[in-house]
Design a binder for this molecule. Sequence first.
Ligand SMILES: [Zn+2]
Length: 260
Amino acid sequence: MKPADVRRVNGRWSQVRVPKVGWVRFRRSRPVPAARSYRVTQDRVGRWHVAFAAVPDLIPVPDTGGVVGVDRGVAVSAALSTGELLCCPGLRPKETERLCRLQRRFARSRRGSNRRARLRARIARVRTREADRRKDWVEKTSTDLARRFALIRVEDLRIGAMTRSARGTPAAPGRNVARKAGLNRGILAQGWGLLVRRVEQKAPGRVERVPAAFTSRRCFACGYVVAGSRESQARFCCVACGYQSNADVNAARNIAEGRR
Ligand SMILES: [Zn+2]
C-alpha cells in the first residue's frame, strides 16, 4: 500500500482505499502508523476491523538493564527472576459464572432456533472480551520487559509439541494425560506464544530461549535436581539445602542463568 491510501477525515475518523471497493471509513482506535500493508477482518461478534501492519517500535536497550528470566508458570501467567509474579487478566468470577450459565442454556437450546443463535452471539461476546484483555496484557508486558531488561531469557517450551494431545491412541495410550491437560490449559489460556513473539519483535536479538529441561526441578541455590514432576506444587523446597521459594520464581531464576 502507498501512504496515499490512508487519509484522515476528522478527529476520530479516517479512510482507507480498499481495492475494488473504494474508500472505506474507519474509526481510529489508535494513531495509524506508517504501514506497509493492512488487513480487514471481522471478529466473532461481527465487528469489522482494519489492522495496519507496522514495523513494531523497536525498544532501545536500557542502559541499566540486566538479564531477566521469564518462566511461563501454570499457577501464574509469568514469573520473573526478580521475584515478580505477573497475571494475565482473564474473566472475572462473575463473568465465568455467566459464561457457564450461557453455555448450559446453549446446550439445551434447539438447533436452528433463534434462541440458540442469540445465545451463541452472547457467548461470543464474553469470549471476545477475554481475548481482548489477554492481547492488551501481552502488549503491556512485552513492552515492559523490553524496556527494563537488556537480555530476556525465556523457557523454550515448544508450545506446539506440548499442546498436542497427550491422549495417544487406543493402541498406544499417552502418559500423564491429566497433567498435560492442565498444563495445556495454562499455556493456551494465557497467550504464551504471542507474548514471546511480541518481545522478540520489540527487542530483536535480545531474547534467548533456554532449554526447558530441569528448570522447574532444579534448586537455584545449590543446583540439586529434585526427582519427579513439580508442575503442581506452588512452592519449591529444596531437600538438599533447604532453599525455599515460589516454584515459578525458582524456575525463572534458573532460566535467567541460561543453563539447563
Ligand atoms: Zn538446594
